[in-house]
Design a protein around this ligand. Structure first.
Ligand code: ZN
Length: 472
């Protein structure tokens, strides 16, 4: 059976473009560039990622909301830095029917300016706080750079949590909780990541500070999967989100947001996939186990029955499985499901039935073995768990091998991946290094920040490390 035409190891970017279509994730033929059609398999995969996010939100007492897509221009313009940051990226609605609108509306690029005028009505007293909300919706940004499925699109499947707190400290606790959520969520997706505090010139428009969640793709470029923002009272002042304190005075709320997007799919495809196609972490695989009947003329019935019986048992243990009864060769079926990244393949033929066995094949490392029918469900559960850990281990090894802490630029220039250099804290020096390395600043590490070296540009003593990488 042929592998993908382009090998992942030869040309990652082209391999990526090919695989998203071959594996039926999306259709890029929609007549607006950067607005792709989610095909059923891709949408199922995204829905499982959303499910994990929803579970985390519910566990941490966030409440799901759904705000309108359109935002009036006057609401959007209340926070100055925010307009500066997003102004050139928004789509405007100027007409309703045949009439020109008195005030323009925009399609949300993110929902601060839709939500906060309403939050100011919802929040009256300290008893209304904290307010913890989230929504999973589509947002719109006019991308001028080359688009790429799930990674750079103009209509974005987006998760955003928005919280309001009595003071800075309580908002800081939210940031801490957000980091714990990232830890649990990305473990389940087998995606190791790094957290960096973005430099001031690169933080979210209007934020007090921004922490980015980045992964390292096989091309050596980083991909930002999400961000956590501390707003302080930067938005609550212009949007007048205030509350009555216990002693009867009034104070502004402190706010945070947490954003992630369909880029998570981009990372799952890119980091775990191989020359045969996708490799899905069991937690989000639309089909976790595919069962292939090995048919011989006249002996179909007992084999089909055994396959159905196994699927029923797996379903009772909440394992998502599917019997492929299509009238094509088993080889074709293997090829198909490998392309789609199904973690485990089971083969059942007449000989296996005689021995009361099934054959199990792992997608991640091609390990193949026979196990007794009796122990099959437990073995399958165990194998799914091992796949998840193996995918994480491989990705972590790649990340660790491609993170470099060095103290001179010459050395840094020859390295691939994420580079940490001593930083004196001034914009100029970091921007100069960006130029030399032909990369971007990711930000300072959150932990293990102590640096006793000198800044490689100005020679002054460094206060911390700054990370650089080529980015998507
Ligand atoms: Zn310097």
């Amino acid at each position: 059976m042929p592998e993908t035409k382009i090998k992942k190891t030869d040309d990652f970017n082209e391999w990526y473009n090919e695989i998203v279509e071959l594996a039926d994730l999306c259709d890029k033929r929609y007549p607006i560039k950067g607005m792709n059609v989610w095909r059923p398999y891709g949408w199922k995969l995204m829905s499982h990622v959303d499910r994990l996010i929803r579970e985390e939100m519910i566990k941490t007492n966030h409440h799901e909301v759904c705000f309108p897509l359109l935002i009036p221009e006057s609401s959007f313009k209340k926070e100055e830095e925010h307009i500066e940051g997003f102004g050139s990226e928004v789509y405007w609605v100027t007409h309703a029917g045949l009439n020109e609108l008195e005030e323009r509306w925009l399609l949300r690029p993110t929902s601060e300016t839709a939500m906060y005028p309403v939050f100011s009505l919802w929040i009256r007293s300290h008893a209304d706080l904290p307010l913890k909300t989230f929504q999973i919706v589509n947002t719109f940004r006019y991308e001028t750079k080359q688009t790429r499925a799930f990674i750079r699109v103009r209509e974005i499947h987006f998760f955003e949590a928005h919280t309001c707190h009595v003071d800075f400290e309580d908002a800081e606790n939210q940031v801490k909780e957000d980091k714990e959520i990232a830890d649990r969520l990305f473990k389940k997706l087998s995606l190791p990541y790094i957290l960096s505090k973005r430099p001031d010139w690169d933080k979210f428009a209007g934020a007090f500070y921004t922490i980015s969640i980045d992964v390292l793709m096989p091309s050596g470029r980083t991909l930002q999967l999400g961000s956590i923002h501390q707003y302080k009272d930067n938005f609550s002042k212009p949007y007048e989100i205030s509350y009555e304190t216990e002693d009867g005075t009034h104070a502004n709320c402190h706010q945070t947001t947490y954003g992630m997007s369909e880029r998570i799919l981009g990372a799952l495809i890119g980091i775990h996939g191989d020359n045969k196609g996708l490799v899905m972490p069991p937690e989000v695989a639309p089909v976790q186990v595919v069962v292939i009947p090995i048919i011989f003329k006249g002996k179909e019935k007992p084999v089909f029955n055994a396959c159905d019986a196994l699927c029923k048992k797996l379903g009772e243990s909440s394992i998502r499985s599917h019997v492929d009864k299509r009238d094509i060769t088993p080889g074709n079926k293997y090829y198909n499901w490998e392309l789609k990244g199904v973690p485990l393949r089971i083969e059942i033929g007449p000989k296996d039935l005689e021995k009361k066995e099934i054959v199990i094949v792992r997608r991640d490392n091609s390990d193949k073995r026979s196990v007794s029918q009796e122990s099959s469900v437990n073995v399958i559960k165990d194998e799914l768990d091992k796949i998840s850990k193996n995918l994480y281990g491989n990705a972590k090894k790649y990340l660790d091998e491609n993170m470099h802490r060095v103290n001179d630029i010459k050395k840094a220039k020859n390295l691939k991946g994420i580079i940490e250099l001593p930083w004196c804290g001034t914009d100029d020096c970091a921007l100069k290094i960006e130029d030399i390395l032909d990369g971007n600043t990711l930000g300072e590490p959150i932990e293990d920040v102590k640096c006793i070296d000198t800044c490689p540009v100005c020679g002054k003593s460094a206060t911390t490390w700054m990370r650089y990488a080529k980015t998507y």
